[in-house]
Design a protein around this ligand. Structure first.
Ligand code: NAD
Length: 493
């Protein structure tokens, strides 16, 4: 039987895109799985002057859009727990009206003072809302108070620090849940099961046996209608500072004492502390950027709606990360991400060292040297693992060829797999912060990224430098070629 949690959810930005597309459908799934029980209520709030009925209609529609086969009778009961209040978050007087409603709903649904405040709105409001929630008495004395923050968390270390100070004025670190939806993905969570649940994996997981690690977050779409935000952020800040750094820290961390949020965080922070922060000269050598140009069917980034014709924004980034610690010294972690690339996928390739001596490379076999073992973690769209091994080809003579041990989640397992937002909402209900970014992690990631961004801001790049549908600029391949390596995933594979 599913464990039930009581909570009053308040969604700021409750009429927005994210709330409709992800948050309400995910909450409904939790309801159907029995995690919400009957002791919950949802308060949507935004500037739009909606009624409760209008709000319930919109939420019902968002469930239908997301889950065409949903049980609509269950959906009807679910949305009867939803209430709406028009509210301008910058107007302190409005919080008194909200407080009355929150207290009424708390009693009506026997919620025992457990409150989740989800900020699904522009980041410039985050600090102000948090402080107002406290000063206007919306935090309960008898239950738990949790604040969920969407990305982006600042635009550099300094703005992130200012925001964090504001949040800390109202909530302590154990109450702040910084969303990074990559941490809600099944196979990102599986990194720890794979590493710490398998003797043969973890005992080889170091610089004696691993040659390099590659992380690719590849998007097929362009900027779509997000230019207003994206043109001020770019791939480095939008993807590397958060998602890639979170994935890399899980790959690099030491084994935690136990699998609890506190112990996992300690190890991730330790890993990030040993990440080498580059000097500007090192950053120039180890990080490259790109911006997509047109192909026959798709426009260049600079010709997308609302993008300035002379934009120098990066839509692609590739880089090399180095950890200065005993486990990883000398092992590069190559990362890349970009828009309008060949395909949409996320994968991690762990490339092992070749055997020190290739005894099969006797003279007549010299052209057929051993391939490295590669452990690939497929994060999306497929979830699975693949291990490349060398085996003897069948037949006469003695030649080797790479073979693959593959595991892919089947359709039934996929259907059972919660969406990232469902999982993260569930974690918030449980009070489990394992899959949320802590302030220390965010701050180390910004300090690393700031050097690169500052360097890039001071130079004018020669953009565009890659064609839509490719795997980024030539400099991305050259970054590895320089080290006598290559990306495992290449277009001709
Ligand atoms: P949106 O523009 O669709 O919605 C913003 C909401 O904020 C609306 O409900 C609007 O009425 C409300 N709002 C604006 N000003 C207000 C004010 N002064 N007082 C009260 N309400 C106000 O934005 P979104 O796409 O839903 O994004 C929300 C947050 O989630 C942002 O932080 C964004 O960066 C983040 N995010 C969104 C997505 C996505 O897929 N949409 C993905 C990742 C992160």
């Amino acid at each position: 039987m599913a464990t039930e949690y009581s909570s009053l959810f308040t969604f700021f930005g409750g009429t927005g895109d994210l709330a409709k597309r992800k948050l309400y459908p995910s909450l409904f799934k939790l309801y159907v799985r029995g995690n919400l029980g009957e002791h919950f209520a949802v308060l949507g709030t935004a500037r739009d002057s909606w009624t409760d009925d209008k709000f319930r209609e919109v939420v019902t529609q968002s469930i239908k859009d997301d889950q065409p086969d949903a049980d609509m009778h269950a959906a009807e009961i679910f949305v009867s727990h939803f209430y709406y209040i028009a509210h301008d978050v910058t107007d302190k007087a409005h919080y008194a009206v909200m407080k009355d409603l929150v207290e009424k709903l708390d009693k009506q649904y026997s919620i025992n003072g457990n409150r989740i405040f989800y900020l699904s709105m522009a980041p410039r409001f985050f600090g102000e809302v948090a402080l107002n929630l406290k000063s206007e008495g919306l935090l309960s004395d008898d239950g738990s108070n949790r604040l969920v923050i969407e990305k982006p968390f600042g635009t550099d270390f300094s703005t992130a620090e200012t925001l964090n100070k504001q949040l800390s004025g109202a909530f302590d670190e154990t109450q702040i849940y910084r969303i990074d939806h990559y941490l809600g993905k099944e196979m990102v969570q599986n990194i720890q099961a794979l590493r710490f649940g398998n003797t043969f994996v973890e005992s080889l997981w170091n610089n004696r046996y691993i040659d390099n690690v590659q992380v690719t977050l590849s998007e097929k779409l362009g900027v779509e209608d997000r230019a207003g935000y994206y043109d001020t952020a770019g791939a480095l800040r939008d993807m590397v500072q958060n998602h890639i750094m979170q994935i890399v820290s899980q790959l690099a961390m030491e084994q935690p004492v136990s699998f609890t949020d506190a112990d996992v965080r300690v190890e991730k922070i330790k890993a990030l502390r040993s990440l080498r922060v580059y000097s500007p000269a090192e950053a120039a050598k180890n990080f490259i950027r790109g911006q997509y140009g047109a192909n026959d069917t798709e426009p260049a980034y600079r010709d997308e709606p609302n993008v300035p014709k002379d934009s120098h924004n990066d839509t692609f980034v590739a880089g090399k990360l180095l950890f200065d610690n005993y486990r990883w010294s000398g092992v590069p972690f190559y990362v890349r991400t970009g828009k309008r690339l060949a395909d949409k996928f996320t994968r991690i390739d762990v490339v092992f060292k070749k055997p020190l001596i290739d005894i099969f490379a006797f003279p007549q076999n010299r052209d057929n040297s051993l391939a490295p073992n590669v452990l690939t973690i497929y994060v999306e769209p497929n979830s699975g693992f693949s291990l490349q091994l060398n085996a003897k080809t069948a037949g006469q003579g003695f030649e080797t060829e790479p073979i693959h041990l593959d595991f892919q989640q089947d359709v039934a397992q996929k259907e059972e797999t919660p969406e990232p937002y469902e999982r993260l909402l569930h974690d918030t209900l449980k009070g489990d912060q394992t899959n949320f970014a802590s302030w220390d992690e965010v701050s180390y990631a910004w300090k690393f990224v700031d050097v690169i961004q500052k360097l890039w801001d001071s130079e004018t790049p020669d953009f565009p430098n890659y064609i839509s549908g490719s795997m980024g600029p030539a400099a991305s391949d050259e970054l590895l070629q320089r080290d006598h390596r290559a990306w495992v995933y290449r277009l001709n594979r």
